[in-house]
Design a protein around this ligand. Structure first.
Ligand SMILES: Nc1ncnc2c1ncn2[C@@H]1O[C@H](COP(=O)(O)OP(=O)(O)O)[C@@H](O)[C@H]1O
Ligand SMILES: [Mg+2]
Length: 285
């Protein structure tokens, strides 16, 4: 069974944050098997939300529910840690071991895996992210390039085979290849295991192909949760919220507002057909 993660009226303020609050009354429901993207500008509360979802921060008020049951007692929190994997915004916050192999092994080892089973999980996760353990397994993760560090960090999370995967700005600092690679790795994981994914990001282009629904976060409040199509055609002013819409997204919005329907705005052939249709309309044909 795939798990469901819900937040009910969750608020969070950091101990030294004074009267400010990082999250204000957030309610959301990540449905089993869906990819939910939470978009927001810097400081809107994305990393805080990611850590609350993963059980690393306990809400100041409100509750986190896992499969409908509130996470509260220590035992349940431990269970959450076993089932929910968080990829941190910065790989430096995630990596810690003196070799890449030990780093990736850490999670599944904690889950009690040993021997062939452990080795199998580590190999599988490394393959998914395109990391060769023959080359890098014995090296320090801190000696690797930024892109490789990301891969090691993601492999460490996937090696735990999480049912809920929370990704904090996974596309930051990656070039086009890096992005495509990451999307490929995540898609392969999701093909193997039906998991619920929450991605928090300020940049929609990486997440678009994967996401089922989008939520917009601003100053700790959740403004809307919409399907892709509704977000694209809707009135939410993403630029004003500091969320970058990919270029094709800007174009798709213009087309939609000119009354031209689009099935999948991220599909170039679909976009091309809609542009041709607009030309016909403009030419009065
Ligand atoms: N450790 C902390 N102590 C106090 N305030 C914090 C801490 N971490 C983040 N904040 C504040 O909480 C708000 C949300 O931060 P964060 O969740 O990191 O946003 P985002 O990831 O969207 O950039 C910001 O106003 C930030 O300054
Ligand atoms: Mg952040």
């Amino acid at each position: 069974m795939v798990s469901r993660l819900s937040l009910e009226n969750v608020s969070y303020s950091y101990p030294l944050q004074g009267t400010g609050m990082a999250l204000r009354g957030i309610s959301l429901d990540a449905r089993p098997g869906e990819v939910l993207c939470v978009a927001g500008s810097n400081g809107s509360g994305k990393s805080t939300l990611a850590q609350v979802c993963a059980g690393l921060l306990a809400p100041t008020s409100g509750s986190v529910l896992y499969d409908g049951k509130p996470v509260g007692s220590r035992v349940r929190l431990r269970k959450l840690h076993r089932k929910v994997g968080l990829l941190f915004q910065s790989p430096e916050d995630q990596l810690f071991a003196d070799t890449v192999r030990k780093d990736i092994e850490f999670g599944p080892r904690n889950q009690g895996l040993r021997g062939d089973e452990l080795a199998g999980r580590v190999d599988e996760a490394s393959t998914l992210v395109g990391l060769s353990l023959e080359e890098t397994g014995g090296r320090s993760p801190f000696s690797l390039s930024e892109g490789e560090k990301r891969r090691v960090a993601l492999a460490g999370v996937l090696a735990m085979s999480p049912e809920v995967l929370v990704l904090d700005e996974p596309f930051i600092g990656l070039d086009r290849d890096g992005r495509e690679h990451l999307i490929g790795a995540l898609s392969s994981y999701l093909n193997r295991k039906l998991a619920t994914v929450i991605v928090v990001t300020h940049d929609l282009s990486g997440t678009w192909p994967l996401a089922d629904r989008f939520a917009l976060l601003s100053e700790g409040r959740l403004l809307v949760i919409e399907s892709k199509a509704d977000l694209m055609s809707g009135e939410a002013d993403m630029l004003a919220l500091g969320v970058q819409l990919p270029q094709w997204g800007v174009l798709a919005r213009e087309l939609l507002h000119a009354g031209i329907a689009l099935e999948d705005p991220s599909d170039p052939s679909c976009l091309a057909k809609a542009l041709a249709r607009r030309r016909e309309v403009e030419d009065g044909r």
